[in-house]
Design a protein. Structure first.
Length: 207
């Protein structure tokens, strides 16, 4: 009789396949979603890593897109406890030990969804265009299918960049994009300061 995976995504004998691990991550994401939502947070994703008999469940949480700032360490700690309790009570889990890691998205996270853009209104971003010149500028507004930036035009050394006219860029024309970290403005930007502190992960929450 062929080996079959148990509910934790690990084979009772042999190694789980990549598809098994992805399926397990998707199952846990669905299972943990209500737990994160109960803490007034957004579930950014769940990653499951397996090395031998050791399992690691990595959960990314973020603030709702209508809130500014970053996820505080206190919120990370609170939701970590709730997630640990939920994982312990998971009726489909095999009971094998695991490590729980909970973190918030880093400032350098690629912007791949409209909500990512909305969470970064006012920030400077660098956008690589599929066909055309790349654009660096501040996020002015976000629609379901496009983002509007105010480009920053490079100036001579020692001078502030000039502000260009707003440019609307459809998401379908964007190759990649990410937030530009502005160290000189961290003290003046509570959103950046909050994110910087919340990027530290709380690890080694043993089941």
């Amino acid at each position: 009789m062929a080996d079959r995976p148990d509910h934790s995504g690990m084979f009772k004998s042999g190694r789980p396949t990549g598809a098994d691990i992805q399926a397990e991550a998707a199952r846990r994401e669905e299972y943990l979603g209500p737990v994160v939502a109960a803490s007034n947070l957004y579930l950014g994703g769940v990653d499951v890593r397996i090395a031998g008999s050791q399992r690691t469940v990595h959960v990314v949480v973020d603030l709702p897109e209508d809130q500014v700032g970053g996820v505080s360490l206190d919120l990370i700690s609170d939701v970590s406890r709730s997630l640990s309790q939920a994982l312990d009570a998971d009726p489909e889990d095999s009971g094998r030990p695991y490590e729980l890691e909970v973190s918030s998205p880093g400032v350098g996270r690629p912007l791949t969804e409209p909500r990512h853009w909305r969470r970064n209104l006012g920030r400077k971003v660098k956008v690589r265009i599929l066909q055309g010149e790349d654009v660096t500028g501040r996020v002015l507004s976000v629609e379901d299918d496009a983002v509007t930036l105010r480009p920053e035009i490079p100036a001579k050394k020692g001078m502030k960049p000039k502000q260009g006219d707003p440019v609307r860029i459809p998401f379908g024309k964007i190759r990649s994009s990410k937030v530009e970290i502005e160290f000189a403005h961290l003290d003046d930007d509570p959103a950046a300061a909050g994110k910087q502190g919340a990027e530290d992960e709380l690890e080694n929450e043993e089941a």
